[in-house]
Design a protein around this ligand. Sequence first.
Ligand code: MG
Length: 383
Amino acid sequence: MSQLAPWASDPSRSRGRRIDEPGLACEQGYRIDRERIVHCSAFRRLVYKTQVFINHEGDLFRTRLTHSLEVAQLARSMARELQLDEDLVEAIALAHDLGHTPFGHAGQDALHECMRAHGGFEHNLQSLRVVDLLEQCHARFDGLNLSFETREGILKHCSRAHAERLEHDEPGGVGQRFLAGLQPSLEAQLVNLADEMAYNAHDIDDGVRSGLVTAEQLLDVPLYRRFRDDALAEFPALQRRGGRRLLFDSIRRMREALAADLVATTQGLLRRHAPLDADAVRHAPPLVAFSAPMRQAGSELKRFLFSALYRHAQVKSSTERARQVVAELFAAYLQRPDEMPGEHAAQPRRERAVADYIAGMTDRFALREHQRLTGRVLFADAA
Ligand code: MG
């Protein structure tokens, strides 16, 4: 690994783990966190969880797992250029979506609705809950007992009410920055933007693959158009050789330009603010950023994806049914908790236990359970 910058998260100065593990040497750093994440069962379940398209809709669409790997790859290569801790970046990226429900945002909205009177449901908070509590693979503790810095990065957003509760349970812990208006580490800030870069790029690809977004529509998106024109100027034959190669090459150019812009802008901000160490970063303004023109172009792309893809009638029809699956599963388990495995059925806070159980499901397991408990099939094409 390259030398760390003074403002990087140095593992030897970590704020540590919630439960002390005397056998762990600090030079093993955040590599331990990454290993624990990759070997946990919530990580394996990401392979059958929706990103935008429901898992059974096609084999080549992104799933939460391939999305997480793309985020890790992007973030790690930018971290290397910025001399940040690559293991920490990778651990945060691989864990950032562990708390996602089946069926993407539709599933999370439905579960939040079901949990409205019982503390709500937020996928960021659920990711933290998975690594702090729900994973059961260590003899000595619940969860994965990750470092503070990895947990801080996983908790990307948090409402004030949740932050207050976290602060109550863990004073000065990962909830504090939302109450004090502080920033997380540079590694966490980097993964946050790498997440955005990854889905903006791969949703163009998945949108075209699905047939819901056309190549012509994309010409109206200036950020994409610029790199498509560059690709054609360099390789005019791409025009004749079919759309996919041109699409891939344009997206690759766009992704690389976004990464170069982010690294250059961030280097400029770091020179200007020159934080003394990783803790000074937390008291500075956000220091990982795109340039203003790139941020503007990225917002236009995001708006396009919203109207053309995420709100497409076909996607909406799937998400409506997905919400129904989650809401009906919630009602069924609440009424018949013994239908859940013993460790969930035995939890005293029944609504939270049901939410934890449903949130952990893959798309296809949720559909099977829904059919078993209600006798109805809402996605005939998944059977
Ligand atoms: Mg993500």
